[in-house]
Design a protein around this ligand. Sequence first.
Ligand code: TYD
Length: 214
Amino acid sequence: MSLFITFEGPEGSGKTTQIRLLADGLAGEGLAVTTTREPGGTRIGNAVRALLLDPDHTEMSPRAEALLFQAARAQLVDEVIRPALAAGAVVLCDRYADSTLAYQGYGHGQELEPLRQLGAYATDNLCPDLTVYLDIDVQAGLARKRAGAAEEWNRMENKAPAFHQRVREGYLRLAASDRVRWLVVDASQPATVIHTTVAARVRTLRYTLAGNEA
Ligand code: TYD
């Protein structure tokens, strides 16, 4: 059964750890699992990623930034996500179209509606079955991230704390607008506790989808 799950969250919310735990769990059950991330995940996407996250690119226009994220996304959908889903895999993606709404929309104050339309175009209307939002206090998340590898410190993370606060509030609004697709988890909990919550929701979703297919 194909399943498309995205992970969202502010900086330092622990998405990478949760994706690994879920991927290991599902693979342990014998499911084919594809994990990927945005921006990146393809040769073209990684080239775009380097452009986007370069700390020197301070002059990047907000619209150019939004379009570059969407371009990397379009490539990822066509090259990786759709083919994997067509082959029956579970696809776990670290960030997706909601990141653009949260960061470029709520964070930078760009209008949401054009970003939504561009997102629909970039993804060819491919919507996740489930979006896991790992919610963390902005300062706690940034501190976690700073404690990690220095080379991961990038242009987006260099922005003011108020920017990251808007991003978090944006995510919470997006999640509140669609409780069926979104699962909000308190990411200050231990990783194993978070994983148990996420795995339970994924199990329920699989039963539901299997029931619909039968
Ligand atoms: P990355 O190092 O992958 O961060 P993380 O581990 O938090 O995912 O860098 C991705 C950065 O790009 C992150 O700060 C979020 C930002 N971003 C956007 O602003 N818009 C988007 O559409 C996406 C996908 C990411």
